[in-house]
Design a protein around this ligand. Structure first.
Ligand code: MIG
Length: 670
């Protein structure tokens, strides 16, 4: 059951398209105070009550013991004490006596204190008491999530090729950089379906342009790559370069499509292109205009995009720079020993800080609203601009789309990646823990930068990360400029990488089937063990293993120098290890604790007893997969079946019954 409570005058975010009448009276769960001083929800948690949710947030699967702030931030350091990342997923799931979901539909900064200040108190608060609160009760955690997901609408579905392995790196600039990547992948038979194009493909970082000097015939380059089975996926940034004669800028100015400053003039902020304007994506006509621009690249053969810098990320504003320069003049006029160095340092780092969001406005239906109040909706509406346009431009074809910034609602239009992590072992664990939380909030097509974006990766970290990444719908190796080169072929024994990534392709019939079914049925693709085994106290606390779809459990190795790990089996399972010679180690294990070994070039997984895992033969691209010959593995003691979803991976005819195949397996004859 979903109850919706209204406080003040909420901004309509469209996070929940399902129409739900507002309930009267006080909420059935917790205590609310809502007045001029703001909004505050408090709830006393029982002793061992776990709290899940928050989607893209730091710390573990169980969010209890920490505090978090929804305020979308271009956060370069994903440390344990960081409060905000790029997204605001204001959904909590209380795992007490009666499983309860809470969704705070509020577009500004929102604070969560989940037993941090006081161990049994949950407090959610914000400055303005204008919001909707949804309270969802159900028979189980899974049931609550399903109801919530139903209310927020079906998750975006990516084309199948986008579940192939992808290589990316900030810095690929000329065709030769891309060819070199593809040549090496193909030479070493490491599977590859896509190469991402970061900002360097553009002409001076202008959206929807391609540098004509480096790519004189871009469509020909796109098709050259397509012939080699490679999809190119360009980046689009939120801010539009301020440059007379650049059509996107000119049209935006002519039509008042940009956010404005205090004086009502187009607001200027500096990002990669230098000075830019910020499209007012909250206006439907701006979304339509900006969204249609994607056709410029679609017409040249592009079938997918990633939207970046849409928190929006701002390096500095003109106003901030003016103030900074004034202070610097004062600084230059004094003797060095009088300079307050701490102040200088904080002034310069403050240039890209949150105060910028108070400096510009959205103009909606004749009303001027300060950006800060709607901040968390910006990336969502950029993604929505693209997603809505794709519906118009190619109604029957799935395009790839994912974003850095998001707010619940954008999951209907695209996926997300989790931003600028680092090549640190704890970030591999963070990736594992974040995935089920993202699924709760509707983000199924998602993944982290495999190998880590910042810092220098080591071979063992990359291999371990890949051995988890093969399970995430988005499987992309991405890294920052100036870090150690991170493409698989740069390391010793590329065949080990070919093997680990190859397992992704062998599993793809199952992974794709589970991904699509999760999207169509509002289900979670990755689940914490607590969801499937709520009565099992040991399973409830597992933070480093996940259930995946119908019959799988994964337990990735995420510590350096570990030759294996301890795994908790909440029931009897078949332990399967994909060995580098292409064979499988299969070993039935009983419920309980086990120590398993897994070398760097081996992929472990677990199949629940009497569940089927279909396997394809190795392939180097999704298109080359032979899905008509599947090997069915499993520990089968009674006749068992599995519903396999299969389609062309590109069109949208999801409900066609022909896409559902029943696979069956009988117990082996004694
Ligand atoms: O200020 O486009 O998160 O994936 O490589 C950095 C360059 C801008 C941030 C993205 C990252 C991308 C990078 N971008």
């Amino acid at each position: 059951m979903i109850q919706k409570y209204k406080y003040g005058i909420p901004f309509e975010t469209d996070a929940v398209p399902q129409s739900i009448p507002c309930a009267q009276g006080t909420p059935s769960c917790g205590t609310v105070t809502a007045d001029e001083s703001g909004f505050r929800f408090t709830y006393r948690m029982s002793n061992n009550e776990a709290v899940y949710g928050l989607g893209e947030a730091l710390r573990g699967i169980n969010k209890r013991g920490g505090s978090y702030v929804s305020f979308n931030t271009d956060q370069l350091f994903h440390m344990e004490d960081v409060l905000s990342l790029y997204a605001s997923h204001n959904f909590l799931l209380l795992a007490g006596e009666c499983p309860t979901g809470l969704f705070f539909d509020y577009p500004g900064g929102l604070e969560f204190d989940i037993g941090f200040t006081q161990q049994d108190m949950l407090t959610v608060s914000c400055k303005h008491a204008d919001l909707y609160l949804y309270i969802i009760t159900g028979s189980s955690l899974t049931d609550v999530v399903k109801q919530f997901r139903h209310a927020i609408g079906r998750s975006y579905i990516a084309p199948k090729w986008a579940m192939g392995y992808a290589q990316s790196r900030w810095g690929y600039a000329v065709p030769q950089d891309f060819r070199e990547v593809v040549d090496h992948y193909r030479k070493h038979h490491i599977p590859l379906d896509a190469v991402y194009m970061d900002i360097d493909y553009m002409e001076r970082f202008k959206d929807f342009t391609v540098n004509q000097e480096t790519f004189p015939d871009f469509p020909a380059f796109v098709s050259e790559m397509q012939e080699r089975g490679i999809h190119l996926v360009p980046i689009i940034d939120a801010a539009v370069k301020a440059e007379a004669g650049y059509p996107v800028c000119d049209e935006g100015l002519e039509n008042d499509f940009f956010c404005t400053d205090e004086q009502g003039k187009p607001f200027e902020a500096a990002v990669w292109p230098g000075l830019t304007y910020l499209p007012d994506f909250l206006k439907p006509e701006v979304r339509q205009w900006f969204g249609e621009k994607y056709h410029i690249l679609i017409d040249q053969g592009i079938e997918g995009f990633w939207n970046d810098m849409n928190e929006p990320a701002i390096f500095y504003t003109m106003q901030g720079m003016e103030e900074f320069r004034k202070e610097m003049q004062d600084f230059l006029s004094r003797p060095a020993e009088e300079v307050d160095w701490f102040r200088v340092r904080s002034l310069s780092s403050g240039l890209c800080g949150n105060s910028n969001y108070q400096q510009f406005y959205h103009n909606l239906n004749g009303e001027r609203i300060c950006h800060e109040q709607l901040h968390n909706l910006y990336g969502y509406n950029m993604t929505r601009a693209a997603g809505e346009a794709f519906e118009q431009l190619c109604p029957d074809k799935r395009l790839l789309l994912f974003s850095r910034s998001s707010y619940i609602g954008s999951h209907r239009f695209g996926g997300i990646w989790t931003g600028d992590n680092a090549s640190w072992w704890p970030h591999l664990l963070l990736n594992i823990q974040m995935m089920p939380s993202l699924n709760m909030c509707g983000y199924l097509f998602s993944g982290a930068d495999i190998g880590g974006f910042g810092a220098d990766v080591s071979r063992d970290l990359l291999l371990r990360w890949l051995a988890f990444g093969i399970f995430t719908p988005l499987m992309r190796n991405h890294s920052a400029k100036d870090t150690r080169r991170q493409e698989c072929f740069r390391f010793e024994h590329p065949e080990d990488f070919a093997h680990v990534i190859g397992v992704r392709y062998r599993l793809l019939p199952y992974l794709y089937s589970e991904y699509i079914k999760a999207a169509l049925n509002d289900e979670m693709y990755f689940r914490p063990l607590a969801f499937d085994y709520p009565e099992d106290a040991a399973a409830r606390e597992v933070e480093d293993q996940l259930m995946l779809g119908d019959g799988l459990m994964i337990a990735p190795v995420y510590l350096q120098n570990a030759s294996g790990r301890c795994v908790y089996l909440p029931e009897d399972m078949l332990f399967v290890k994909f060995l580098p010679d292409g064979t499988l180690h299969q070993e039935p294990l009983s419920k309980g604790l086990h120590r398993i070994s897994a070398a760097l070039n081996e992929v472990p997984l677990f199949i629940k007893k009497n569940h089927i895992l279909p396997l394809a033969a190795f392939a180097e691209t999704v298109a080359a997969l032979d899905e008509t010959h599947l090997e069915l593995i499993g520990w089968i003691t009674e006749p068992t079946s599995y519903t396999l979803y299969q389609d062309d991976g590109l069109t949208k005819d999801y409900s066609n019954p022909q896409h559902y195949l029943t696979l069956t397996k009988e117990p082996a004859k004694p």
